[in-house]
Design a protein around this ligand. Structure first.
Ligand code: NAD
Ligand code: LMR
Length: 339
């Protein structure tokens, strides 16, 4: 009898799930750069997301193969691959969320800013198309240097008359993912329970993890906190060096990008209390863009949350990051306005 009731429970659970997923709204997600190192696993993870009904995979080359492959997975969304600039409009039309991992990655010895010359132009042209074909979409910017590519996107949208500061996000989720992993290891707490806000920007010292606010609490000493902070700030470089010329983080970034896009979709669908860190237009400091906790809702950013209490070490980190972050933001704004 217990087996039968377990089966009955299981089937009614499945039926409920089926009903629930039919009831969630239709959502189109576009991935720009979908054939790349991040783009492919990110496309896979978005195909696994039950909130997505239409998955649009765009790249300058390689997307027919990626789309054919991913489309065979028996999940809810329809997958279409688009290749080449002439198909970009179709790829974007009707999108609710556009994720941008298009552009070149670092090699050992490079900073993220060394990618500016190539990636700034790529981001500018993609954002020009977003303004034309899906001006209401939430834009998740992954392409580096994020500290500059987000301001570039904002300027392009302003020029097109479509800028909505609630809908533009620099994806800094990988910094949070790393901070959680490294903290759990050092504090010997279950990683799944860990929360750590990461604020500032997404490059070197502009990445400021707030371990004083980490939960579950642990009594880590100053040296441990410094080492954790440095490892989080250098997490990208750790991967670039380990890959030894074959690019930067792709798999962990795909995971982080999928988490952030899922949070955006949940917000759009009206799920309450969806909070993630992201690099957004901000009044939290005197800088026009800044990463902090953000509450997501039906229109994108519902509320940019403040920093909360900082330790002396974090306050120093905050002051030291401002000049670099300011100049990266200005570099993006200047590029968008002069070219
Ligand atoms: P990759 O070279 O493997 O893939 C990039 C893809 O972009 C390629 O498929 C390429 O064809 C495509 N592309 C180039 N120009 C394009 C255009 N105009 N339109 C559409 N697609 C275009 O690189 P990757 O490892 O996937 O990294 C992509 C970007 O993400 C890099 O700039 C990297 O620095 C950045 N990144 C950011 C984070 C983050 O935390 N925000 C983390 C990791 C990597
Ligand atoms: C990362 O943090 O892994 C990315 O920004 C890629 C890089 O260049 O480090």
């Amino acid at each position: 009898r217990s087996l039968r009731s377990a089966v009955a429970r299981g089937s009614s659970h499945l039926a409920r799930r089926g009903y629930a997923s039919d009831a969630v709204p239709e959502r189109k997600v576009a991935v720009l750069g979908a054939a790349g190192g991040i783009g492919q696993p990110l496309s896979l993870l978005m195909k696994l997301n039950p909130l997505v009904t239409s998955l649009s995979l765009y790249d300058i080359a390689g997307t027919p193969g990626v789309a054919a492959d991913v489309s065979h997975i028996n999940t809810r969304s329809e997958v279409v691959g688009y290749q080449g600039e002439e198909e970009l409009g179709k790829a974007l039309e009707g999108s609710d969320v556009v994720i941008i991992p298009a552009g070149v990655p670092r090699k050992p010895g490079m900073t993220r800013d060394d990618l500016f010359n190539i990636n700034a132009g790529i981001v500018k042209s993609l954002c020009t198309a977003i303004a034309k074909y899906c001006p209401n979409a939430l834009v998740n910017m992954i392409s580096n240097p994020v500290n500059s590519t987000v301001p570039i996107a904002a300027e392009v949208f302003k020029k097109a008359g479509t800028y909505n500061e609630k809908k533009l996000f620099g994806v800094t989720t990988l910094d949070v993912v790393r901070a959680k992993t490294f903290y759990a290891g050092k504090a010997k707490v279950p990683v799944a329970e860990v929360n750590v806000p990461v604020v500032g920007g997404h490059a070197g010292i502009t990445i400021l993890p707030l371990f004083s606010q980490a939960t579950p609490k642990a009594n880590l000493g100053d040296d441990d906190i410094k080492a954790l902070t440095k490892r989080t700030q250098d997490g990208g470089t750790e991967v670039v060096e380990a890959k030894a010329g074959k690019g930067s983080a792709t798999l962990s970034m795909a995971y982080a990008g999928a988490l952030f896009a899922d949070a955006c979709l949940k917000g759009l669908n009206g799920v309450p209390d969806v909070v993630e860190c992201s690099f957004v237009q901000s009044n939290v400091t005197e800088l026009p863009f800044f990463a902090s906790k953000v509450r997501l809702g039906k229109n994108g950013v519902e509320e940019v949350l403040g920093l909360g209490p900082l330790s002396d070490y974090e306050n120093q980190g905050l002051e030291s990051l401002k000049p670099e972050l300011k100049s990266s933001i200005e570099k993006g704004i200047n590029f968008a306005n002069k070219s």
